[in-house]
Design a binder for this molecule. Structure first.
Ligand code: AMP
Ligand code: GLY
Length: 425
């Protein structure tokens, strides 16, 4: 079987490696892929993740029988609609369903209409009104750009002035372009954060093992926000009781709400949750697998990924087992020093034979027959073990066997989760 995966980061590498475990899969194309993914898939660097007409043409000329669209941009632009219309079965939501991520205003209004727990909020398309609203509300307070902003569109403001500066940056300076034409201002919630990725065919919801992202660049959750510096799974804060509450009050109501709105969601729906003193609430929805959560979660999937994805596409998830192992995993991201600000690239990457099977490449390219760094986040290294402490130890041991100039990683991935486990005992 010939499969096409759209995207080119660590998440896509994790998806490619898992799909390859199915013996019926003979070729995986990755568009555009990257120099590191090239060891596991036929990469097509000429076709970018947003070049939907070229993706459709490629699928037709290469006999692609199934496609997985992983990143938010092509989903919001309608890649799944276009490929499906061309007769290529696809994993991922339609553009209409992807709006649950691409418009925060849409997501907030959906939650309000259907009683799904989330932070209280107000929406503004006029800057003066947004600034006046802030005069009447105390910090901390959260300001969000409506549209996609590469994960940088959220400011958790500690002072009113900081909140106002964020509003001005979004609405006046347009630092996120059209994504800042509307802003959401919302109540600041507190509590541990949990990521839950769910397979859904629009009716049945099959949650994956829970996980914890590490968004800040520095140890102790300090420094600027990044695309994610590591992840662990499962998330110890997410108890079976909380999982049941989330299924009843958040997951199923969201999937039913999308169906009722004529936007049936099929694919991976990502719930960014905060476990507040008043119960679990939704911080954000993503219409796709998270990065780097996927690199921690998929290695724990015991069921065949292709079978589960096809069940999502065909609407047969209720009859398809989705099972995870009882172990734990830890993904440590190795980045270029300076990320997420300025950093240098082009340095050769060396990976030991022992570490190689555990590596998911993100910012890597081939140059003169050698793999070199090509981005802020260069790769993730994931270890699976019977215990979280074992997984964390092993991930760092393997990370030590990977070398490139200016290599940087956090030293405390999993520390908060391990502390929560100890508190529990
Ligand atoms: P997002 O870009 O939506 O993932 O948001 C980035 C981060 O901002 C989240 O992971 C939270 O840590 C934080 N955040 C977003 N909304 C809120 C909120 N209402 N209260 C507190 N923190 C928030
Ligand atoms: N790890 C968060 C995201 O993928 O948006």
């Amino acid at each position: 079987m010939k499969i096409m995966v759209i995207g080119g980061g660590g998440r896509e590498h994790a998806i490619v490696k898992k799909l390859k475990e199915n013996p019926a899969v003979d070729t995986i194309y990755c568009l555009p892929g990257n120099g590191g993914i090239a060891a596991d898939a036929v990469c097509v660097p000429e076709i970018g993740a947003k070049d939907i007409p070229a993706q459709v043409e490629f699928a037709k000329t290469h006999g692609v029988e199934y496609a997985v669209v992983a990143p938010d941009d092509p989903l919001a632009l309608g890649a799944v609609d276009a490929l499906s219309a061309a007769g290529v079965p696809c994993f991922g939501p339609s553009a209409k369903a992807a709006e649950i991520e691409s418009s925060k205003v849409f997501a907030k209004e959906l939650m309000k209409k259907y009683g799904i727990p989330t932070a209280r909020y107000a929406v503004f398309s006029d800057m003066a009104e947004a600034l006046a609203y802030l005069d009447g509300h105390d910090a901390p307070i959260v300001v969000k750009a409506d549209g996609l902003a590469l994960g940088k569109g959220v400011t958790v403001a500690q002072t009113r002035e900081e909140a106002k500066a964020a509003v001005r940056a979004m609405m006046e300076d347009r630092v996120f372009g059209a994504s800042g034409s509307r802003v959401v201002i919302e109540e600041c919630l507190t509590g541990p954060e949990v990521s839950v990725l769910c397979f859904t065919d629009g009716e049945t919801v099959a949650p994956m093992v829970s996980s914890m992202d590490h968004k800040r660049a520095g140890d102790g959750d300090r420094g600027p926000n990044t695309g994610g510096m590591g992840a662990v799974a499962p998330n110890p804060y997410y108890t079976p009781e909380i999982a049941r509450t989330c299924m009843e009050t958040i997951f199923l109501p969201t999937v039913r709400a999308m169906r009722a709105e004529g936007r049936t969601f099929r694919g991976c729906l990502y719930f960014g949750l905060m476990l507040t003193p008043d119960g679990p609430k939704v911080i954000e929805y993503n219409c796709r697998f998270g990065d780097p959560e996927t690199q921690a979660v998929l290695p724990l999937l015991k069921s065949d990924l292709l079978t589960v994805m096809q069940a999502v596409t065909n609407g047969t998830l209720a009859q398809t087992p989705v099972e995870f192992s009882n172990g734990a995993s830890c993904c440590v991201v190795l980045a270029s020093d300076g990320y997420p600000k300025t950093y240098q690239t082009g340095f050769p990457i060396s990976v030991s034979d022992e570490a190689a099977p555990h590596v998911f490449f993100a910012g890597a390219r081939q140059a003169d027959g050698q793999l070199v760094t090509a981005g802020g986040r260069v790769l993730g290294v994931t270890a699976v073990s019977g215990s979280l402490s074992g997984a964390v130890r092993e991930a760092y041991r393997l990370a030590g066997q990977i070398g490139f100039a200016n290599k940087y990683c956090r030293g405390d991935i999993g520390r908060k989760a391990l502390a929560a486990l100890e508190d529990d005992q």
